[in-house]
Design a binder for this molecule. Structure first.
Ligand code: FRU
Length: 319
């Protein structure tokens, strides 16, 4: 009796085990087939990977896409060369990608190729820097005019309405440079702040350092450096430090990455950093919505924090 019972349990276990095995493998095949058929290719053209902020943007895209096995992202780095970036988008078009995410180096040179992709019916998400006109699917970025204005107003308050300012501008053929400049000028309007020196440092820390060396050589009395990004503000700080003058003035930047601007604020290197979110996650979410048949907003505006010594430990303050 006992042996019979044992045998029948053993037999049913074998049957169960086989059945389970078969179920699993069938499930695998069934899962694999539609997933492979459904996989969508997204071409991502990054204007350069020289700054931590852009490395972070790619990482944000990668992390958001990792949660969605139906997406495959092809990353390309244009190495700060607009012509190379145009060629990358042309390649994406001829490869027949399902969508394009692009963070353009400059507005004018990238406008025609993005228009071509868009008019061929490829969804195009323009991230962070704008192109001219409206021939793209969706633009995602924070409000650079608002950030520039808030920086201007914060500086007016901080300096009691007067002082000598150096403005180190981002690449002025890119829209964040133009907007951070015009916003800032609006923010300081009516005050007695004087811009004694301004230069285009093209978003680059070494270039900012060089420009700051010239400014230091020319001006004895500098109260504050407003740089359009944190690498620029840090480059200016390094130049002032090398001249033994970093304590004479304040440094303000934009980006507010935890490992960069926020860290500089904590260390007392920057007086303030204004957040410029990368939009990487929002770009992937928007592409997913488009694949799901939703029409995205033409413009998605991301919010920013300001980080200062007073608020950094509380996570900054919304603008
Ligand atoms: C990086 C960067 C950022 C800046 C953004 C503007 O290349 O310069 O520091 O916020 O681009 O597009």
């Amino acid at each position: 009796m006992k042996t019979k019972l044992f045998l029948s349990i053993a037999a049913s276990l074998v049957i169960f085990a086989c059945g389970k095995k078969e179920d699993e493998s069938t499930a695998k095949v069934n899962k694999a087939a539609p997933a492979a058929a459904k996989q969508k290719i997204i071409g991502m053209s990054q204007c350069n990977l020289g700054e931590p902020w852009r490395v972070q943007m790619n990482e944000d895209i990668r992390l958001a896409a990792a949660k969605r096995p139906e997406l495959k992202i092809i990353f390309k780095d244009a190495q700060n060369d607009s012509l190379k970036q145009v060629a990358q988008i042309e390649e994406f078009i001829s490869a027949g990608v399902d969508a394009i995410i692009v963070s353009p180096k400059e507005a004018a040179p990238l406008t025609p190729v993005i228009k071509t992709a868009f008019e061929k019916g490829i969804p195009v998400i323009v991230l962070d820097r704008r192109v001219n006109g409206d021939k793209y699917t969706c633009f995602i970025g924070a409000d650079n005019k608002k950030i520039g204005k808030a920086a201007g107003e914060w500086i007016v308050k901080k300096l009691g309405g007067k002082g000598n300012i150096i403005e180190l501008k981002g690449l002025m053929t890119s829209t964040p440079g133009q907007d951070r400049h015009s916003g800032f000028r609006a923010g300081i309007k009516g005050s007695d702040l004087e811009i004694i020196f301004e230069a285009d440092m093209k978003w680059l820390e070494p270039q900012a350092r060089k420009e700051m060396e010239s400014a230091l050589a020319r001006f004895k009395d500098i109260n504050l450096v407003y740089a359009h990004n944190d690498p620029g503000a840090h480059g200016a700080y390094l130049a002032a430090k090398a001249a033994g003058r970093e304590k004479e003035m304040l440094f303000v930047g934009i980006d507010g990455l935890p490992q960069e601007g926020r860290m500089y604020v904590k260390q007392g290197v920057l007086a303030a950093s204004f957040e410029y979110p990368t939009g990487g996650k929002e770009a992937v979410d928007t592409v997913v919505d488009i694949f799901g048949g939703k029409k995205p907003e033409k413009e998605i505006t991301l919010k920013s924090h300001v980080f200062t010594k007073e608020n950094i430990d509380k996570g900054g303050e919304w603008l």
